[in-house]
Design a binder for this molecule. Structure first.
Ligand SMILES: Cc1ncc(COP(=O)(O)O)c(C=O)c1O
Length: 337
């Protein structure tokens, strides 16, 4: 028996898309598409061309930032990382960093939510279904404003559980490029969900700690050293780098808490021996990991360095005028997310 497939025409395309709307579409606020040359706010219309190489080859780069109480935090760091990732795979946006910035702000504004996530996807662009990047004559840009998740410790104040991932770590230089081939990261997240834990930690071939699925991981040693892995095998997390800067700048105030801030190789044994295990990322802020492979880290409760650093990062996000790109004035935009 032949399968009966409905024919969609230009006339009924939009009605069909709208009929296919789903409850989770409520979490999507606005999308800019260079292919449309404009912005849509109806989630049913937030579509990508199937022949864009970002779709069928993962040939594109992305970055995710957040807008908190009307201002985007650390936008330039995110866009500079996007540009570095793009350059690494030979993608250039003709409008440059400045246009990426303006369009990011415009998308968040169009979404009209004071608190949201923003994801910028810079794609090889449409042009066919081959693997050659040279098949695509022009780059494409998609930016979406969508629902912002709560910081981890607001959801789970007792802290996080972590185990060792079985997924092979991305080799350099891929680990440092935020490209749209996130399969290893997806599989890591899958492990965490299947194992009923919060995060997994990756290790490289030499047995050194790398990172989580979409987060950086560091330790606080019993002598007060705050250490994150060297950047070769990890993504240069904007939150991690800012946190290290905040920790260094405040070292005199926190001399009793943090003796030194480093990037170095970290062994699994050092995690077991650590006073605290910290996980950081844009949506999460700073997470206190209290259990690794079933063993308590330090006291088994969120520690003093976590408390101090998370507070510093939260204050930076809401108060640092230099790092906050204001999108909405005090009475603009909706407060709900
Ligand atoms: C693989 C990976 N590591 C680390 C991070 C944390 O980076 P950031 O602090 O800039 O969000 C991310 C962010 O999504 C990531 O995808």
């Amino acid at each position: 028996m032949e399968i009966d497939v409905k024919i969609i025409t230009a006339e009924n395309y939009v009605t069909t898309l709208k009929a296919a709307s789903r409850p989770y579409h409520n979490h999507y606020y606005a999308m800019y598409s260079s292919m449309l040359g404009g912005m849509v706010t109806d989630p049913a219309l937030m579509q990508l061309p199937i022949d864009d190489h970002i779709v069928h080859r993962g040939d594109g780069v992305f970055d995710t930032f957040k807008c908190v109480d009307g201002a985007i935090y650390n936008l330039d760091a995110h866009l500079q990382r996007l540009e570095r990732s793009a350059t690494a795979i030979g993608i250039e946006w003709p409008g440059g960093l400045n246009e990426l910035r303006e369009l990011s702000i415009a998308t968040i504004r169009a979404g009209a939510k004071r608190n949201c996530s923003g994801r910028v996807m810079l794609a090889r662009g449409p042009g066919g279904f081959g693997v050659s990047p040279f098949e695509a004559p022009e780059r494409a840009l998609y930016i979406i404003a969508y629902q912002l998740g709560q910081p981890f410790m607001k959801k789970k104040p007792l802290g996080a559980t972590v185990r060792r991932s079985h997924v092979p770590t991305k080799a350099p230089p891929f680990a440092g490029i935020k490209n749209c081939n996130y399969l290893p990261n997806v599989l890591m997240k899958r492990e965490a969900v299947e194992w009923g834990i919060d995060f997994v930690a990756g290790f490289d071939n030499n047995g050194f700690l790398t990172e989580g699925a979409t987060e950086n991981i560091g330790i606080v040693t019993r002598s007060g050293e705050l250490a994150f892995p060297r950047l070769e095998n990890t993504l240069a997390g904007t939150s991690m780098l800012r946190l290290m800067e905040l920790a260094r700048n405040s070292q005199t105030d926190n001399a009793n808490l943090i003796s030194v801030v480093t990037l170095r190789d970290i062994t699994e044994q050092e995690i077991f021996d650590a006073a605290e295990l910290l996980i950081v990322g844009t949506t999460l802020n700073v997470v206190a990991a209290v259990e690794y492979e079933g063993a308590a880290i330090g006291s088994g409760t969120p520690g003093p360095v976590w408390r101090k650093l998370n507070q510093m990062l939260e204050d930076d996000i809401t108060e640092n005028k230099e790092l906050r790109t204001v999108v909405f004035s005090a009475n603009e935009g909706s407060k709900d997310g």
